[in-house]
Design a protein around this ligand. Structure first.
Ligand code: HEM
Ligand SMILES: [Ca+2]
Length: 378
């Protein structure tokens, strides 16, 4: 597919839309030799790294802005009523923020003449939900100007969205501060690739203090939302330069995915699968947007956030290569089986890991700032 090949070459990040040939094999060795990235054992499961959330407080705004959490809750609920993609959008947004220099709203900043923004890098190309945060922030600013950080609003709003989508609750402390810059280069290289193999994924999350069990339950976030064809295209037609599909894909599932994604990514939208809100027997629906892809409402739009993601992996029906790779490892595979058969175990673990993610490397006073507009440094 010459078009996909050119698109890849033009991409500023060879790490993100890899396909050509030996990419997968070289990726982890390049990552492992990246200077200064690894401190200690990258696979340790017991620590959140060198930063801790001890300086956060429960109900930090109780005096300075007692209405803050209620405003977030009500705004997200209201928006959910009109846009059910609130949950996946905010969940992915919080992951992409916290994974890069901690939960400091660095992902929300716009590019300026002197700074490239994380949101303009290839891994964040399809990130959504910025305008949801802007709405919530504006409502809070009206009541308590310059008090509540964008970083806190983001973690609180993502929790609320997840709850609306049937996910588990987890308690959150507050008091995060906003960064004064965005880290485009780090976002480009540190966010995990959808074409990463198991060792790439373990290394990437390990560098942030997440162990195998945590990685497997965090990826359960892929129970909801949209995966565009671009993110798995090379698995369907030309996997790792072999001109063959990914051999680890279930054949029926391969055909379903091919039916959703035309062979050429540059095909005009009219050649893409017809927009429709109907659900196929696989529980996926087509997208109504122009970009073709797969909607991950595994259990249908009205049911909760559960174990289907893992059951699909057991059947070789993971949408991303990185998802399916969880079945390759002995330990990760056994967590996939555990979550596939025990939804309450998954929900408990997911809640706990989301809490850890939301507390990753937080910035607290006197560092950082409270932005007035989440997309601009104050
Ligand atoms: C190996 C790790 C991961 C990789 C490679 C990965 C990659 C991706 C990719 C490629 C997409 C589709 C983007 C698109 O096509 O528009 C996606 C969607 C998504 N990811 Fe991940 N992800 C990973 C981990 C996570 C984690 C830890 C979370 C949250 C806790 C998460 C939450 C989501 C959500 C909710 C969506 C759907 C977004 C939407 O509908 O707008 N992902 N991910
Ligand atoms: Ca960040």
């Amino acid at each position: 597919n010459p078009n996909a090949d050119t698109a890849w070459k033009n991409s500023p990040s060879p790490f993100w839309f890899p396909p050509p040939s030996d990419f997968a094999r070289n990726f982890s060795s390049r990552l492992m030799s990246w200077p200064g990235r690894y401190t200690g054992d990258p696979y340790r499961a017991d620590s959140a790294g060198p930063y801790s959330a001890e300086s956060l407080e429960y109900d930090y705004y109780r005096e300075s802005c007692p209405q803050a959490e209620k405003i977030v809750r009500e705004a997200v609920r209201r928006i959910y009523g009109i846009r059910s993609d609130v949950a996946p959008s905010l969940l992915r947004l919080v992951f992409h923020d916290c994974f890069i220099e901690g939960c400091d709203a660095s992902v929300l900043l716009d590019s300026t003449e002197v700074m490239d923004a994380e949101k303009d890098t290839p891994p964040n190309e399809t990130l959504k939900g910025f305008e949801i945060i802007d709405v919530v922030k504006a409502e809070i600013e009206e009541v308590c100007p310059s008090v509540v950080s964008c970083a806190d609003i983001l973690v609180l709003a993502a929790r609320e969205g997840l709850l609306m989508a049937g996910g588990p609750f987890y308690p959150l402390s507050t008091g995060r501060r906003d960064s004064t810059r965005s880290y485009a280069d780090l976002a480009t290289y540190q966010l995990p690739s959808p074409y990463g193999d198991l060792s790439d994924t373990l290394a990437s999350f390990g560098s942030k203090g997440f162990g195998e069990r945590e990685i497997v339950n965090l990826l359960g976030a892929h129970s909801i939302g949209v995966i565009h064809c671009k993110s798995f295209q090379s698995r369907l037609y030309n996997f790792s330069g072999t001109s063959e599909p990914d051999p680890s894909l279930d054949v029926g599932f391969l055909n379903l995915m091919r039916s959703k994604c035309s062979k050429s990514l540059s095909a005009p939208p009219s050649l893409s699968p017809a927009p429709s809100s109907s659900h196929s027997t696989f529980g996926f629906s087509s997208l109504t947007s122009e970009e073709p892809g797969i909607v991950m409402n595994y259990e249908g739009p009205s049911s909760g956030f559960g174990t289907q993601y893992y059951r699909r992996l057991l059947q070789g029906k993971g949408v991303l290569y990185a998802d399916q790779q969880l079945m390759v490892g002995e330990e990760t595979g056994s967590w996939v089986r555990a979550y596939a058969s025990d939804v309450s175990l998954f929900r408990r673990d997911f809640a706990e890991t989301m809490m850890k993610l939301s507390n990753l490397q937080v910035l607290t006073a006197p560092n950082g700032q409270v932005r007035r507009s989440c997309s601009k440094v104050a």
